[in-house]
Structure formats: structure tokens, C-alpha cells
Design a protein around this ligand. Structure first.
Ligand code: MN
Length: 356
């Protein structure tokens, strides 16, 4: 019998002209868009160096890179439902693709307008089937009042997940009390906040030898830093109903991180502020969630972390994801793990977190 699978990290493929058609008229000539230059597709955004997307120009056929593939389920709910059925996946949390880069736009008003356009499109396409699709709203954080406003607007549209940049804005790191109204709003609504790798105003970009691998390592480290800020900074202690989700960061580091934080918390206790009611590892088990793909390290470390924080993901419809083989991939990567733990990681943890 097929196992209950919920993908905690899937993606849309936005229509190429999403922002050119949906931004308020006065902002349209500043819209993020894709441009083919010298046969390479680049994402062009105001105030940001054009970003190579690895795909072919629109209409030029399939994309083998990390940019736009042509699986229609990326922007069509009916096609997506058929693909999920083929894959044996019964629900999924859905993140942007191009929209993940919106956090890089320096002008707060333009960034917010772009996020609103994305969120409106996403709601129209996916929220009719909120029993299957959990799209994550993009919430800019350059201004906390604006962030709370957009989060609450999206809750009104029916969103049950929101995405913030993994790298905190320059003016206030994640342990800064300036963000508290946002944590309160999310906790009150019971909406988990996601941090997808590679997001923020200044994601690291190494262009020298080894860049592709080095950058992949860097973005994973960003997720670890975010968890440390939320846990040790007392954010999760102050907001016991707040849940944070690290997305596409792998999870092999989680065992190391909880032991490292617990060690500092007890061995260096004279230096520790704020004092927490429990060791850092307890907050991770209760309020931190991390997605994993095919990595074995988090499976081997579950004695240290517990299985509670772990959520499997297919990364559909990105070409590096497990579609349409997710059922067999899950059986392979979790070989030797007791059934009830596989069930938790592959579906039940996400089912509980998103109240599916
Ligand atoms: Mn992802």
C-alpha cells in the first residue's frame, strides 16, 4: 500500500509576465522580468545584478537547469493535481521559484508590491484546493508594520504558510525585538513561518573556483544561523506558539547544531542571556522544522534531534526533485527505519504542522 506522503517543499513556476501584468500601473516599468541575453536567461530586478537562471529563453523548449522547466503543474492546479496523483503525494507546501528572489529588491515599496502580486496570483491558482495545496505567502520584512499587514492580508485570502528571507534584513537580525509584532501575528494565527534557502537581501555568492559547491554550503549555513537566532535569542521562548521551518537546507546539520547550542547553554551559562526555560534542543524539538530530501545524515541523527523536526520534501516540479518516483525514493532512503518514524517524517509531521 502506498505511504501517506506530504511534500514540505514544492514550488511553482511563475508565469514569465506575472509582475509585468499584475503590478500597479505606476510600477509596471520597474517589474522584475526574465530577459534572454546571449542565449542565457537572466532575472532582471531593480537594484539587483541580473541573475542567471540557467534556463533557456521562453519558448525555446525544455530547461535542464535550475530555472524554468515546462511541467505545466508549475502554474496550473489541474495539471498539478494529476502529477501529484502519479507521484503518490497527497498534499504539498508550495514555495515560489522566481519569487524567492524578491527579497533582494532594495526599494521596500516595490518589494512589497511584487510580493502582493505574487501572493494574489498564488491564491487564485492554488487556494481553491486548500485541502491539497499549502502555498506559502511571500512576506517582505523591511518594515515590520508592512510585514504584519501583508501577513494578515494573506491569512484573509486563506494562506496557512508564509515565507520570510533566511538572511535577516540589515537593520535587525532575527533576535531583535523589532520583529516581535510579526512573530505575535504568526503565532496567534497558528501559521508556521518558512525560511527557504538562498533568500535575503545579501545571499552569499562565490564566483571563484568551487563557487557552485561553496554557495550550496553557504545557503545551508544560513539556515543554521537562523535557527540559532530564533532559539538562543529567546524568540521561540517568548512566542511558544511560533513555528519556524527551514526549507531546502538539508537537515544533516541539525544534530550538530542542537548539541553545540546545548553545550554552550550549559557549559558557558554565566555568559548566556537570555536564560531559557529549557535547553535549546527542547525548543528545536517543539518549534523548529527542517525539510530533507534524500540525505541520510538526519536519519542517522534522529536519536539526537528526535524525528519531530524532520519533514520530507519532493521539490516538485524542479528537475532535481523526486517526481514521479517519490514513493519508491522514500522507501529507499528510509530503508531500515521503523515504519512509524518513516510515516512521521514523510507525511504526519507536516500534516500536524499545517493542520491538513
Ligand atoms: Mn525548495
Amino acid at each position: 500500500m502506498a505511504r501517506l506522503l506530504i511534500s514540505a517543499d514544492s514550488h511553482v513556476f511563475e508565469p514569465f509576465d506575472l509582475w509585468q501584468t499584475r503590478l500597479p500601473a505606476a510600477l509596471r516599468d520597474r517589474a522584475p522580468h526574465l530577459e534572454a541575453r546571449d542565449g542565457v536567461m537572466r532575472l532582471v530586478m531593480e537594484g539587483v545584478a541580473p541573475r542567471r537562471m540557467g534556463g533557456a529563453p521562453p519558448g525555446a523548449g525544455d530547461d535542464g537547469g535550475d530555472g524554468h522547466a515546462t511541467l505545466p503543474g508549475g502554474s496550473d492546479a489541474a495539471a498539478r493535481l494529476r502529477d501529484l496523483e502519479v507521484d503518490g503525494v497527497c498534499a504539498e507546501v508550495i514555495y515560489p521559484t522566481l519569487g524567492l528572489f524578491l527579497f533582494m529588491i532594495p526599494d521596500p515599496a516595490l518589494q512589497l508590491a511584487c510580493a502582493r502580486a505574487y501572493n494574489d496570483w498564488c491564491a487564485e491558482v492554488f487556494l481553491d484546493r486548500a485541502d491539497v495545496f499549502v502555498p506559502s505567502a511571500v512576506v517582505p520584512v523591511l518594515d515590520t508594520d508592512d510585514a504584519v499587514g501583508e501577513l494578515e492580508r494573506c491569512l484573509g485570502l486563506g494562506f496557512r504558510s508564509a515565507t520570510l528571507p533566511t538572511t535577516a534584513p540589515d537593520h535587525a537580525r532575527w533576535n531583535d525585538a523589532v520583529h516581535d509584532p510579526l512573530w505575535r501575528a504568526a503565532a496567534r494565527a497558528g501559521v508556521p513561518l518558512s525560511f527557504h534557502v538562498g533568500t535575503g537581501a545579501t545571499p552569499t555568492s562565490e564566483r571563484g573556483p568551487g563557487g557552485a559547491v561553496i554557495n550550496y554550503v553557504y545557503v545551508g549555513i544560513g539556515a543554521q544561523q537562523a535557527v540559532a537566532y530564533f532559539v538562543a535569542g529567546g524568540v521561540l521562548a517568548r512566542h511558544p506558539d511560533l513555528h519556524v521551518v527551514m526549507v531546502e537546507s538539508g537537515a544533516g546539520w541539525l544534530g550538530w547544531l542542537v548539541e553545540r547550542m546545548d553545550e554552550a547553554y550549559t557549559e558557558h551559562e554565566h555568559w548566556v542571556t537570555p536564560k531559557l526555560d529549557a535547553p535549546p534542543s527542547d525548543y528545536v524539538r517543539r518549534q523548529v522544522h527542517v525539510t530533507l530530501g534524500a540525505d541520510r545524515a538526519p536519519i542517522n541523527n534522529r536519536e539526537i534531534t528526535g524525528v519531530e523536526p524532520l519533514m520530507w520534501a519532493s521539490d516538485y516540479p524542479h528537475p532535481e526533485g523526486t517526481w514521479p518516483e517519490s514513493q519508491s525514493v522514500v522507501e529507499r532512503i528510509f530503508k531500515g527505519v521503523p515504519d512509524h518514524e518513516v510515516d512521521a517524517i514523510a507525511g504526519l509531521n507536516a500534516k500536524a504542522l499545517y493542520k491538513l
